[in-house]
Design a binder for this molecule. Structure first.
Ligand SMILES: [Mn+2]
Length: 345
């Protein structure tokens, strides 16, 4: 796949310090794309600093560079370092999100900055007007895949995967692997081409898989069992399920960021289930985090936009609710019912 980099290349050429920004609640694709870009830039001799708005899953810590001065800055707790990084850069590259609002607390700083702004993202409806250069594509697995093809199209790499630095290759593979749920959704012919080229580059696929997908604790596994056995509600006529997770349960099962990764996919293994929702009470109890998944033609992006203050992709979307967690199953049921009946009109 060829990506038009004619606008990106001159910006990179002129950059002395780049800030690489990921989204709130960063996942594998967010961390992978930020880290991957960092290694590409440093290989090219361009200084960059990685800034994430909030904590990322511990399973991705191995992607964080070992040198102290290269480490990822997380806004909470390191807000001063994050502000300094954004204020002092001449280029900002936003990866794996479609509008500044997805960075929460970083948004005002990014808006204020006079730096050149670049978007590399795969979500629907990107806010392209806020960027000097927007590389956006939605029929692709992940931001990491889009970044991979972008880097491959830049003049210095020129289609030769062997020129990609190894830590960059590892990070991009991890992001693609997690966003596709290990090659089970949003895979395109280009996704397998990328995987094939990265294997040729020499990545250790099994090792990366073990590090990211087989790294959990026993309490996390028990929590998964608890949710499936005690919390799963099946709305038979709607072909939908919902699970809720509150802060008491999180404490009881020693919950850490990233622990609920994949839970929302579990009910989709049931033949009749088309939509699955996971609703998690935020740490401070101020809102409920919404995670929606679907199969086939059932579109949860529109569902998330209309009823859950969010959005994302057709088969995977997220959002927020500002109602008590106890009221969520009823709200979910009503929303899905209304949404499906409108679709039939
Ligand atoms: Mn993504």
């Amino acid at each position: 796949m060829k990506v038009d980099t004619s606008l990106l290349e001159p910006i990179l050429k002129d950059s002395h310090k780049v800030a690489l920004i990921g989204h709130f609640n960063p996942d594998g694709d967010s961390v992978g794309s930020v880290v991957g870009m960092h290694h590409y830039l440093s290989h090219r001799g361009i200084d960059s600093v990685m800034v994430l708005p909030s904590e990322y899953p511990g399973s991705l810590e191995f992607l964080n560079p070992s040198k102290e001065e290269e480490k990822i800055i997380v806004y909470k707790p390191d807000s001063k370092a994050a502000a300094r990084a954004i204020a002092s850069c001449d280029t900002i590259i936003c990866l794996d999100f479609n509008s500044f609002s997805r960075t929460e607390c970083l948004e005002p700083m990014i808006r204020k900055s006079k730096a050149a702004k670049v978007l590399i993202d795969h979500h629907l409806s990107p806010d392209t007007g806020s960027f000097d250069v927007a590389i956006s594509k939605t029929d692709i697995s992940s931001a990491c895949e889009l970044l991979f093809w972008t880097l491959m199209s830049l003049p210095d790499i020129d289609g030769n995967v062997k020129k990609l630095p190894m830590p960059c290759a590892n990070a991009l593979y991890v992001g693609m692997m997690t966003d596709t749920n290990n090659f089970s959704n949003s895979c395109f012919p280009s996704t397998f081409s990328m995987a094939s080229l990265l294997l040729k580059r020499g990545i250790n696929k099994n090792k990366l898989q073990e590090k990211v997908l087989q790294c959990y604790t026993v309490p996390r596994t028990r929590l998964m069992g608890h949710l499936v056995k005690e919390k799963l509600i099946y709305f038979r006529s709607l072909h939908a399920t919902c699970m809720t997770l509150n802060n008491k349960e999180k404490a009881a099962y020693r919950f850490k960021p990233g622990d609920s990764e994949g839970f929302v996919n579990l009910p989709l293994a049931v033949k009749s289930v088309r939509i699955s929702g996971l609703f998690t009470e935020n740490r401070d109890g101020k809102y409920v985090r919404v995670s929606l998944r679907s199969k086939g033609n059932t579109d949860v992006n529109m569902l998330a936009r209309k009823y859950f203050n969010g959005g994302g992709h057709k088969n995977a979307a997220g959002g927020r609710l500002y109602i008590p967690l106890e009221d969520v199953p009823q709200y979910f049921k009503n929303s899905v019912r209304e949404y499906l009946s409108e679709g039939k009109k």
